[in-house]
Design a protein around this ligand. Structure first.
Ligand code: FES
Length: 165
């Protein structure tokens, strides 16, 4: 189990306390842990399990069922490529491979430099724009040939380079 720092443990304890008396607290707690820590560490699952009388397996089941929760820290920039049927038939696989090359991120993982996380997702609900990807919350339609994809990724890299200098 990874070793969390004292601040992260304090944050988790505060979140657990905040939602303990609410109905359906597991998802509320997980939501806040994901938001405030950036992922769901094992320590958080153990504390949530103890506070809600849910088994660790049940908490883990919630974490792995909802794509909004992650078991590892996400990269600075999060990219989702829709692999739903409408997008798939419009070359979403090509889009995914293109973005993978541009970001050096494994699919459903994070690049070694921590800059990009790349997720292949289910339908994002914008099938009319297929193929669709989302970069840091910006929805991009017709994304295989849309120059906005290259532009946004280039900006992300430029920002990161500027931060290092
Ligand atoms: S299948 Fe991609 S947005 Fe629906």
């Amino acid at each position: 189990m990874e070793k969390l720092n004292g601040k992260a443990i304090e944050i988790i304890d505060e979140i657990v306390k905040r939602h303990s008396d609410r109905p359906g607290p597991v998802k509320l707690m997980l939501h806040d842990v994901q938001h405030e820590i950036g992922y769901i560490p094992m320590e958080a699952m153990l504390k949530i399990s103890a506070a809600t009388a849910s088994s660790v397996a049940e908490v883990y089941g919630v974490v792995t069922f909802y794509s909004q929760f992650t078991l590892a820290p996400k990269g600075k920039h999060v990219i989702s490529v829709c692999m739903g049927t409408a997008c798939y038939v419009k070359s979403a696989q090509d889009l995914l491979e293109k973005i993978q090359k541009l970001t050096n991120s494994p699919i459903n993982g994070t690049s070694a430099d921590g800059l990009f996380s790349l997720d292949a997702t289910r339908c994002l609900g914008a099938c009319g724009l297929a193929p669709v990807c989302v970069i840091d919350g910006v929805v991009i339609g017709n994304a295989v040939k849309n120059p906005k994809v290259d532009e946004l990724l280039k900006n992300c890299k430029a920002q990161a380079a500027a931060t290092l200098n």
